[in-house]
Design a protein around this ligand. Structure first.
Ligand code: NAP
Ligand code: G4F
Length: 331
């Protein structure tokens, strides 16, 4: 039975990936930080078969200890400061966790596998997945974006992810570590954090429909994103680590939509006109925006045989339906 270690187990992708790996008979460990992390109970309830190991991407020793204890075949590094606006307020922390945290994870693998510049980990057992991001493309000059598209990050988060991507490539090339970088475009679900725009909209559509919320204030309604379903994207992460050779892959649907289109569909699903409830305010604008992202996932389709199953319309409906149920039960 293969063993996987997932960092970021308390996040959206961590829970979907754990479910997927358990469904294909993995032993799954999730790395949790802090001595009293409030989300630990959430993981224990939702995923009782996941074993918890303590560690923090800010602490090199804790990562080495975690790997020595778990002896994983595969490591999925999903942990990060992942909300882009936070990265302007806490740029140093973002650099430490989202950027240098990747280096610490790779160093932990290198140390445990005993690799050095004179002794590469050619027969290294541990396979490593890094959660890279379409935010690295940023101010794009070419649409759609693929593995060859140049990076032009627009936030401290995007800059940190570019470091994480290149250090992953570098450890693969320097030490022979089986390390892959998955460049994933936005993916959402009912488990998406409420600070991200899609979940903010789906919760508001449900809350307004049920008379529990009056209106919704957003930022830039014109921004375009390539939104897919998180459950589809974790399958791609797993597939990357099953290939004969490590490589980097863009993952996305190839379709992009404006924020206003997401709002339109979500409100229509509950029989409302979004324009009666949504307004835009500069408090949610960003110092530097990423205007438009669209994936060209041809390589993943051809080499991994991966493609998304859930459509944009189905995703919006799934999120609003889940929030209708949740809102009806509380608030
Ligand atoms: P998320 O829900 O925000 O989860 C982030 C996870 O990182 C949480 O489990 C959090 O744990 C953990 N974390 C933060 N700081 C940590 C630290 N110092 N040590 C250990 N763990 C730490 O993110 P997500 O949406 O699942 O995304 C997963 C990964 O994919 C992230 O790296 C993100 O940047 C990247 N990504 C996401 C998307 C997307 O659209 N979702 C697209 C491209 C790339 P706590 O609960 O303790 O805070
Ligand atoms: O939902 P968002 O906050 O996601 P963003 O910035 O694209 O980042 C997400 O996807 C990345 C992949 O490209 C991940 F790497 C990253 O970790 C994260 O998961 O914002 C999407 C768009 C932006 O253009 C933003 O300006 O929506 C626009 N927007 C408009 N009004 C808003 C709002 N975003 C948020 N969060 N809140 C608003 O009120």
């Amino acid at each position: 039975m293969p063993t996987a270690l997932i960092t970021g187990i308390t996040g959206q992708d961590g829970t979907y990936l754990a479910e997927h790996l358990l469904s294909v008979d993995y032993r799954v460990y999730g790395l949790i930080r802090g001595q009293a992390n409030p989300k630990r109970q959430l993981v224990e309830t939702l995923l009782p078969d996941v074993r918890i190991v303590e560690g923090d991407l800010l602490d090199q020793t804790s990562l080495i200890n975690a790997i020595q204890r778990v002896e994983p075949d595969e490591i999925y590094n999903l942990a990060a400061v992942s909300f882009v606006p936070v990265s302007w307020n806490q740029p140093e922390l973002t650099g430490e966790v989202t950027g240098l945290g990747v280096l610490r994870m790779l160093e932990a693998i290198r140390v445990v596998e005993g690799a050095s510049t004179s002794r590469p980990a050619r027969n290294g057992r541990i396979r490593f997945y890094q959660a890279s991001s379409s935010e690295m493309f940023g101010k794009v000059a070419v649409t759609p974006q693929n593995e060859q598209t140049p990076f032009y990050p627009r936030s401290p988060y995007g800059v940190a992810k570019v470091y994480g991507h290149y250090i992953t490539v570098n450890y693969r090339e320097s030490y022979g570590i089986f390390a892959c970088s998955g460049i994933l475009f936005n993916h959402e679900s009912p488990r998406r954090g409420p600070e991200f725009v899609t979940r903010k909209i789906s919760r508001a559509a449900a809350g307004i429909k049920l008379g529990k919320q009056k209106d919704l204030v957003l930022g830039n309604l014109d921004a375009r994103r390539d939104w897919g379903f998180a459950g589809d994207y974790v399958r791609a992460m797993h597939l990357m680590l099953q290939q004969p050779l490590p490589d980097d892959y863009v993952i996305g649907t190839g379709e992009s939509h404006q924020v206003r289109e997401f709002a339109d569909l979500a409100f229509r699903h509950v029989g409302l006109n979004w324009q009666d409830y949504v307004r835009s305010d500069s408090q949610f604008s960003r110092p530097a925006e990423v205007d438009h992202l669209t994936a060209d996932a041809t390589k993943a389709r051809q080499k991994l045989g991966w493609q998304p199953i859930v459509s944009f319309e189905e995703l919006v409906q799934m999120m609003v339906e889940a929030d209708l149920k949740a809102e009806a039960g509380q608030r």
